[in-house]
Design a binder for this molecule. Structure first.
Ligand code: NDP
Length: 306
């Protein structure tokens, strides 16, 4: 019987996980199909109930359900418990276990961004959703001593800070109001900037003005495309990566949880690159590739090499 793995989100059409996971199942000879389920919040409990069935290996969970799905789990791993967010589900019989592989994915993305330089200790995080929780937890675990979280709705950033109260007791974790001048003054004190908002996903907007970006910043956008923020960062002389490494490594960790096998990283990276190249289309329906949103030149290429 073909096993099933589903991605539950709303929307899910932009997701590249299907191509990546299906290529991995096929490469390892695993008889499984990866399906995209677009489910609004009201339909989430029914979708989760269905995943308890024998034909499921498990599931991925994405926008906007990562936090909402937590109380529907029977058990949480340490990362899922610490972040209060679940992006991967496995089955133990009819019981469901909630994992958060975004944490491992983010750590891989951070390591790649920093490269051989000394790991910085101060960061600014934009956003306070499920992705931001994985980022903040990853930064705390990495030993950061100061993290400032900006969010459009301040109360959500405050909720995040409160959530991490105990694990952040030894360091400074603060929520601040979303205002360009405050962001600018905090960026002057930080080396790492992470965009964990969805600004730039559907439109070509940046969460912050280009003028506040400085050459010594290391910028990571969780969005897996060459966003305006990344282009602005490279134009300012900063180092910038997109969310591809995070996506790849959270997916690889999920694959191993569902199958018990090592993930074929090269195959998954290739499938991701192919899906991404084919995913952006011009209004005429011609494949436009990344050049549709990026300026020409090596700098833009560097920004996309996440
Ligand atoms: P959530 O829906 O949980 O959070 C969305 C965040 O974006 C919130 O902080 C929200 O602010 C903010 N936001 C959305 N629209 C606006 C706007 N117009 N102005 C200001 N703020 C806005 O999503 P996730 O945390 O799950 O995902 C966030 C992004 O990270 C997505 O683009 C997602 O694709 C990406 N991501 C990538 C991963 C990867 O593997 N590369 C993994 C996880 C996420 P508010 O609370 O005020 O509404």
């Amino acid at each position: 019987m073909t096993k099933r793995v589903v991605l539950i989100g709303h929307p899910v059409a932009h997701s590249l996980s299907g191509a990546m996971q299906q290529a991995a199942f096929d490469a390892r000879g695993i008889d499984a199909a990866y399906e995209l389920w677009d489910r609004p919040p009201i339909a989430l409990p029914d979708a989760i109930a269905e995943v308890r069935g024998d034909d499921y290996l498990g599931a991925n969970v994405t926008i906007p359900h990562k936090e909402r799905v937590v109380p529907l789990m029977d058990r949480l791993t340490e990362e899922a418990h610490a972040t209060g967010a679940v992006n991967t589900i496995t089955r133990e019989g009819r019981r469901l276990v909630g994992h958060n592989t975004d944490v491992a994915g983010f750590s891989a993305g951070l390591d790649k961004l920093v490269g051989r330089a000394k790991m910085p200790r101060q960061a600014v995080v934009l956003g306070a959703g499920g992705g931001a929780r994985a980022v903040v937890y990853g930064l705390i675990r990495e030993g950061f001593t100061r993290i400032v979280v900006f969010n459009r709705h301040l109360h959500r950033a405050e909720g995040l800070v409160k959530h991490f109260g105990r694990s952040a007791a030894h360091m400074e974790l603060r929520a601040m109001p979303w205002h360009p001048s405050i962001i600018e003054s905090e960026l002057a004190k930080a080396r790492i900037l992470v965009n964990a908002t969805s600004i730039g996903l559907a439109t070509d907007d940046s969460p912050i003005p280009a003028e506040v970006l400085t050459p010594d910043l290391l910028v990571l956008d969780l969005i897996y495309k060459r966003t305006r923020l990344l282009r602005d960062a490279v134009a300012a002389g900063a180092t910038a990566n997109d969310g591809e490494t995070m996506l790849l490594h959270q997916g690889a960790a999920a694959f191993t949880l569902w199958t018990g096998q090592a993930a074929p990283l090269d195959v998954m990276a290739e499938a991701l690159a192919a899906a991404r190249a084919g995913g952006l289309r011009s209004a005429e329906g011609e494949p436009a590739g990344d050049e549709a949103v990026a300026p020409a030149g090596d700098e833009a290429a560097a920004a996309a090499a996440g």
